[in-house]
Design a protein around this ligand. Structure first.
Ligand SMILES: *Cc1c(COP(=O)(O)O)cnc(C)c1O
Length: 395
């Protein structure tokens, strides 16, 4: 029987049902906190489907929109499971909290994404976890730093400021022989130019904020695994931390995915053109771009990677002071000054690299470039005019 409805109740319970059979290319945006059950029996028996995404329980665990994004990202990385988080950093924190407990040890590369390092120090102070740093170029020699309680080894391919390319297969073999898991932050290559699982990673992480968004307009992270037990462990942390993502944001990433490879290749071509130009400039002593021989780990990049993307750094000739390189950055017009990368707008940032590292012995100011989607010739002209400012004498 149709219930009686006042005007007000009718505003809440509309009677319209759309005709079935709607199909379109874009994945629909399905938003919900409350997910409806058919009846009490359905409510009581739907069970644990949140973990394998076989059913719906509550908006926090996802809707068809986020399930689709997770499935597509897992497929892209060659994994089986994916968990979405509200940012790349929250994805890193989730992995740490899922896999580390009191008395455990975690190894981080000395060139790790800085907030990940600060997180390690925070966990150390708060939870009695030891966080230690290894030379990103250690390769198989990392075995000397592994301890019986080392549960997790983080890798970044390459480090996103100083760009050393790690020998992931060698690091993973050493870690696995001691029973430690290997997590890879694969953001730099967007999952396109480096196959994390094929090179020994157990967990692959993406800051979707970067290339997958491509629009500099949202924050999101993804943790991808192959092993169902590992997915269950990290999924349990995801559940307890209450990490959900907005479906509008998930939709924006789904919308950007078809152009991911085309954009990445354009970033890559632009970055190599700009880096090659910088390489022959007297102001620049080293181009820290994995596709260039100056870059530590270049041989590993040639062996293991199929592309490079838009992010690289340079070291200025040690004759240039910080004040001079700051003037260079401030003089850029097309390049904007700001964090993050992977969007259409080129960015440039100076880093005080010594302060970020346990060990750093390369002289010269470090400046990082994110090459966007502008014409590389215009970007080079912009850098050329800005270099003139940096060469001026101190006022
Ligand atoms: C940006 C970034 C992150 C963190 O992503 P957010 O979404 O900004 O929190 C993690 N790792 C790397 C390498 C990054 O560049």
């Amino acid at each position: 029987m149709t219930p009686s409805k006042t005007l007000q109740t009718g505003l809440v319970h509309g009677g319209y049902t759309a005709p079935p059979g709607y199909k379109a290319c874009p994945a629909p945006i399905m938003r919900a906190s409350t997910v409806l059950f058919e009846n009490v029996a359905d409510l009581r028996t739907r069970g644990d489907g949140w973990l394998d995404r076989s059913t719906y329980l509550y908006g926090l665990f996802g809707t068809p929109t986020s399930y689709e994004l997770e499935a597509r990202l897992a497929e892209l990385e060659g994994g089986a499971h994916c968990l979405l988080t509200p940012s790349g950093l929250s994805a890193i924190a989730m992995v740490d909290l899922a896999l580390l407990g009191q008395g455990d040890d975690v190894l981080l590369p000395d060139n790790v994404y800085s907030p990940s390092r600060e997180l390690g120090e925070w966990l150390e102070g708060k939870f009695g976890i030891s966080a230690r740093y290894y030379d990103p170029m250690a390769g198989a020699a990392i075995r000397d730093q592994l301890r019986p309680n080392t549960r997790l080894v983080w890798t970044e391919a390459p480090g996103s400021v100083s760009m050393e390319v790690p020998d992931l297969p060698a690091i993973a073999a050493a870690a696995h022989s001691q029973g430690a898991l290997v997590a890879l932050d694969n953001t730099w290559s967007a999952g396109l130019a480096f196959r994390g699982f094929d090179h020994g990673a157990d967990i692959v992480l993406q800051a979707l904020t970067k290339y997958q968004s491509g629009g500099s307009d949202l924050l999101m992270g993804a943790v991808i695994t192959r092993d169902p037990e590992l997915h269950r462990r990290i999924g349990t942390a995801h559940l307890h931390l209450g990490y959900g993502v907005g479906m509008e944001d998930a939709y924006l990433i789904l919308r950007s995915l078809p152009t991911l490879k085309l954009r990445f290749e354009a970033h890559d071509a632009g970055a190599r053109a700009v880096a090659a130009w910088l390489k022959q400039r007297p102001e620049i002593s080293r181009v820290l771009h994995p596709a260039f021989p100056d870059c530590p780990g270049h041989e590993t990049w040639k062996r293991d990677f199929t592309g490079a993307g838009g992010l690289f750094s340079v070291l200025f000739d040690p004759g240039y002071t910080e004040a001079q390189t700051d003037r260079f950055v401030d003089a850029l017009r097309l390049f904007k000054l700001g964090y993050s990368w992977g969007g259409a707008t080129s960015l440039c940032l100076p880093y005080r690299i010594q302060a970020m590292r346990t060990v750093w012995d390369r002289p010269g100011q470090l400046v990082r470039f994110n090459i966007g989607l502008e014409d590389p010739a215009d970007l080079i002209a912009d850098i050329e005019q800005a270099l003139a400012f940096c060469s001026q004498q101190e006022p």
